[in-house]
Design a protein around this ligand. Structure first.
Ligand SMILES: [Zn+2]
Ligand SMILES: [Zn+2]
Ligand SMILES: [Zn+2]
Length: 163
């Protein structure tokens, strides 16, 4: 089951979501000949602990519970690796990271982010991808990277909102 099919975190079995993500990460790295070292794996696990994007310093803080000597460059290097492999996405507006459950195919990331609980959901929409590509092309713009970040209310938070 992919995260994209799974929907919001309150509405799926997150434990199996994490197990799937870790297994996918191992497979992807093995097939590409890159190494998911224990540290990189740990950082990825910390990011996957929820669907709330987490900042580098929060990752470092949690890592220090286990490895007292963990230093910022260590975490940044691990994050760089994870981003390069497409295992995590960076949410620019929050300066935070979120796990990707579909690192095996290239995509640029499109997120619905709940402003109340902080949960983020990655979605895919080829039409939106195409329109952005076409618009860029029409303006002679060389597109390198784009992440769509939409903020609002997740279904759980929308329900508990007073009418
Ligand atoms: Zn989950
Ligand atoms: Zn993704
Ligand atoms: Zn919410």
């Amino acid at each position: 089951m992919s995260h994209i099919d799974a929907g919001w975190s309150g509405r799926h079995d997150h434990q199996s979501c994490v197990a799937d993500a870790m297994e996918t990460a191992e497979t992807v790295c093995r097939s590409r000949g890159t190494r998911l070292t224990p540290l990189r794996r740990k950082v990825l696990e910390l990011i996957w602990s929820s669907h709330r994007p987490i900042g580098a310093y929060a990752v470092l803080g949690q890592l220090r519970d286990e490895r007292e000597t963990a230093a910022p460059p260590t975490v940044y290097r691990a994050l760089d690796f994870l981003m390069e492999e497409g295992l995590v996405h960076r949410i620019q507006s929050l300066n935070a990271f979120i796990g990707c459950s579909e690192p095996d195919h290239a995509h640029s990331g499109m997120f619905l982010i709940c402003g109340t609980c902080g949960d983020a959901l990655e979605i895919e929409d080829e039409r939106l991808d195409d329109s952005i590509r076409n618009a860029a092309q029409a303006h002679g713009f060389v597109l390198q990277r784009r992440v769509v970040e939409a903020t609002g209310l997740c279904p759980g938070c929308a329900e508990s909102q007073p009418a």
